[in-house]
Design a binder for this molecule. Structure first.
Ligand code: CA
Length: 430
């Protein structure tokens, strides 16, 4: 899967791409963008510019079989194309952006002048729970002696989230009102969440779907994944703690989920695939329908994930956002192929543009925890910030920023762009 498009020596005539921290020519993530309120178009990030795929299709430089999908206003049709066609498009894009190719400045738009939109019409959104350190840390708060429930190492646990409130990076998040019942109170009250949190997750975009009633074999599962973004599963912990039994998350989660606008393809991530970490001694092997030797050998990713916080005080003083945690996708207990195969194992039909969250990706130590729930031990140990402030949970005006990079010696590092959202005060209670 590694080819000339990953060649570290390859450079682009888009000079800002050469040495770019996020979008060198080796990356080429898809996005949906617009300028000056024009109709959204499909683009590819290259350095500080966006390459207009619709313009390329019109100019006839994209294969006729893919030109219609590239001329759409969302990525759904492109996601529906098989990996081979997507790979061929990557070859075309890499070739026309190569520094030896003819320059076409008319196909470029400065990213700084663009508005970015949700990459796809999201039919369904599913949130997994595959970060085992997060599952252990949060489970321990409820069951100190038995943090992981017996199903965890057999089932890639998940719940159905809500697609309508998935928003794109940069859009503000309104603090939710809801029922809160701390242990100190006997009855719940309705009001603004006091324990608003983020969850650091990998977003997984479903590519070609499967027919209702037709499971996806684990060996084929990776070919049904079209790409990856960063995902913030905003969580109101006080609402969650009261409402979640017995059916799981509901209003504590579905008020907003933020996604980064760039879709990094499986092809771009090929050099950064790593073996799935061996299961600890004593853990059960995955059941056969979730086990594939090739997936175990190369189904995980080496992607560093950062969480940063920018408070109103930091913003006012011109201070840089503070790094709260650095984690890595290698901490996922299940591969993305196992998540997808499990999701379809009962015949559930997945559709191009469906979105998965991986589950919060925490590492084993506090500086790698992917939520404030873990960092502050449920709010009991406030976090000291570089600005001299403290936080139990998020305050109004706080902005949470995720960044991610894949790196491997001998290859050019690629980034995901940012996933950010600022917290607005809760709406007035009528
Ligand atoms: Ca989550």
């Amino acid at each position: 899967m590694i080819d000339a498009t990953h060649d570290p020596a390859r450079r682009s005539w888009v000079t800002s791409a050469n040495g770019h921290d996020e979008f060198p020519i080796q990356n080429l993530p898809f996005c949906v963008f617009s300028r000056s309120n024009a109709t959204p178009r499909i683009g590819v990030a290259i350095g500080d510019e966006i390459l207009d795929l619709g313009a390329l299709a019109k100019a006839g430089v994209i294969d006729a079989s893919l030109a219609p999908a590239c001329s759409e206003t969302t990525l759904n049709a492109l996601f529906a194309t098989p990996p081979e066609a997507r790979g061929a498009l990557r070859q075309t894009l890499s070739a026309i952006l190569d520094e030896t190719a003819k320059q076409h400045a008319e196909w470029l738009t400065k990213a700084a002048d663009c508005v970015f939109h949700l990459p796809a019409r999201i039919g369904d959104y599913t949130d997994f729970f595959a970060g085992i350190h997060h599952a252990t840390n949060t489970g321990r708060q409820f069951r100190p002696d038995n943090p992981l429930l017996p199903n965890y190492k057999y089932v890639p646990v998940a719940y159905h989230g809500r697609a309508s409130s998935v928003i794109v990076s940069g859009q503000a998040v309104r603090r939710p009102n809801g029922q809160r019942k701390p242990a100190s109170e006997t009855v719940p009250s309705f009001g603004a969440s006091r324990n608003l949190d983020y969850e650091l997750e990998l977003g997984i975009w479903v590519g070609p779907g499967n027919a209702l009633g037709t499971p996806v074999p684990i060996a084929d599962a990776a070919s049904h994944i079209a790409g990856f973004s960063l995902l913030n599963d905003w969580s109101a912990r006080d609402i969650q703690g009261w409402e979640y039994q017995p059916l799981g998350p509901f209003l504590a989660k579905n008020f907003a989920t933020t996604i980064s606008p760039f879709v990094v393809t499986p092809e771009a991530l090929a050099p950064f695939r790593i073996p799935q970490a061996p299961r600890p001694e004593g853990d059960p092997a995955p059941l056969p329908h979730l086990f594939d030797a090739a997936d175990q050998a190369l189904g995980a990713f080496a992607i560093t994930l950062d969480v940063l916080l920018l408070t109103p005080t930091m913003r006012a003083t011109g201070a840089a956002p503070m790094l709260l945690a650095r984690s890595n996708t290698s901490h996922l207990y299940w591969t993305v192929a196992q998540m997808l195969a499990h999701h379809a194992s009962n015949g559930c039909n997945l559709m191009p543009g469906d979105l998965f969250g991986s589950g919060t990706i925490s590492g084993p130590t506090p500086e790698s925890y992917g939520s404030l729930l873990e960092i502050t031990a449920g709010g009991r140990q406030p976090l000291s910030l570089s600005s001299g402030e403290t936080r139990r949970f998020l305050e109004d005006g706080d902005e949470v920023i995720f960044r991610a990079h894949a790196a491997r010696e001998g290859y050019v590092s690629i980034g995901f762009g940012e996933c950010r959202g600022v917290i607005l005060p809760a709406p007035a209670i009528p």
